[in-house]
Ligand binder design. Structure first.
Ligand code: CA
Length: 365
């Protein structure tokens, strides 16, 4: 059963936001859905998918690994990072969804089986750099009350052109959140590349005292040696990897002492890419806790992958509870009792309302 159609889809949601999807349809009409990183609405990745589509038509979706390496090397001079990696991610996720539907199996089964199909999650709460201390506490409290997460991460969404803008304020917010949730509740802190080495070490020592589980992207992603300086100076584990797209990039973080790798399924090669990275992290004995911000396809794909990971102690990331894509999916993922549950439905297990879905495709509504 070969591929008949490839559609890069710029999606516009009625209640706000855009997404970069792909639909790959087999000769019998069965289709798989994928998603690319939403940076600048994923337009660069969608453009690359348009160029690569000619090489997918007629191919066997079961050859997803060969397809990925073929397309990667065909387009490698675009640069192996960023938009190309996002395009390959979207294609790969759609191929695995399609493979699952053709074979009648959920993706986690095709990956070798799930250690667990009910997954705890952490609330990934952004925008805290511009909030006051009391506003941060109120925001965290709202998330805790609404969805009962197993862990909370506060993100500062720093302007990457400045450093150490408000270290005292950041520590005050981290302290207030600890007081809100109490000792022992898992917390993570994400500076979004906001500090110098010295600033990061200062914040990291405070996070140690406050019992934070990890310190995410303390320094600029491209300063690998600075990760090593920070990681070697503090006891709280350093997390990073959402801005890595290649095995070499992940290996550099591991070599720098990063203890939690966070490569993202919609940014870097989909299931195929993350499986390769999982092997690296397993060989090094570091944790793999993938980054993930998208509410439906990205989130479900990430959970199928995480379900198959050995020694996966951390909850999955959940950052968008807006429900802005609910109109087009009949069964969008929703947490229940502090968990997301995967079913044994084929592929990703998502059902779409086709008329509503098509109405959100830019250029078709
Ligand atoms: Ca992050």
């Amino acid at each position: 059963m070969n591929i008949a159609h490839v559609e890069p889809l710029a999606m516009r949601w009625p209640r706000g936001g855009r997404s970069a999807f792909i639909r790959i349809t087999a000769e019998d009409g069965t289709f798989g859905l994928g998603e690319a990183s939403p940076m600048y609405d994923g337009r660069a990745s969608l453009s690359i998918i348009t160029d690569l589509a000619q090489h997918l038509v007629g191919a066997d979706p079961l050859d997803s690994g060969v397809i990925q390496d073929t397309l990667f090397h065909r387009a490698i001079k675009l640069g192996p990072d960023g938009a190309l990696a996002g395009a390959l991610a979207a294609i790969d996720i759609a191929l695995w969804d399609l493979k699952g539907k053709l074979l009648g199996k959920p993706i986690y089964k095709l990956l070798g089986g799930a250690w667990r199909t009910e997954l705890p999650f952490y609330a990934s709460i952004g925008g805290n750099g511009v909030r006051g201390v009391e506003e941060v506490v109120a925001e965290v409290e709202a998330w805790m009350n609404a969805i009962d997460p197993s862990m909370v991460k506060i993100r500062f969404d720093a302007d990457k052109t400045t450093r150490d803008a408000d270290i005292e304020g950041d520590i005050a917010k981290a302290t207030a959140v600890r007081e809100l949730v109490g000792d022992g509740f898992p917390l993570a802190f994400d500076s979004n590349n906001g500090y110098s080495v010295q600033g990061a070490i200062r914040v990291g020592r405070a996070l140690e005292q406050l019992g934070y589980t990890w310190f995410e992207e303390p320094v600029q992603s491209y300063h690998k040696a600075n990760f090593e300086k920070v990681a070697s100076a503090i006891d709280v584990p350093v997390a990073a990897g959402e801005q890595e797209y290649t095995l070499a990039g992940v290996q550099a973080l591991i070599d720098a002492g990063v203890g939690i790798i966070q490569a993202d399924i919609v940014k870097t090669g989909g299931f195929t890419g993350l499986c390769h990275m999982a092997a690296l992290t397993r060989a090094a004995g570091v944790d793999f806790v993938p980054h993930q911000t998208q509410p439906v396809i990205g989130h479900i794909a990430n959970m199928h992958f995480v379900a198959t990971l050995l020694h996966s102690h951390s909850p999955v990331e959940y950052s968008d509870r807006s429900g802005r894509q609910d109109e087009v999916f009949s069964n969008p993922p929703r947490p229940k009792g502090g968990r997301f549950a995967l079913t044994d439905a084929p592929g990703l297990g998502l059902q779409i309302n086709e008329a509503a879905f098509d109405a959100c495709i830019l250029g078709q509504s």
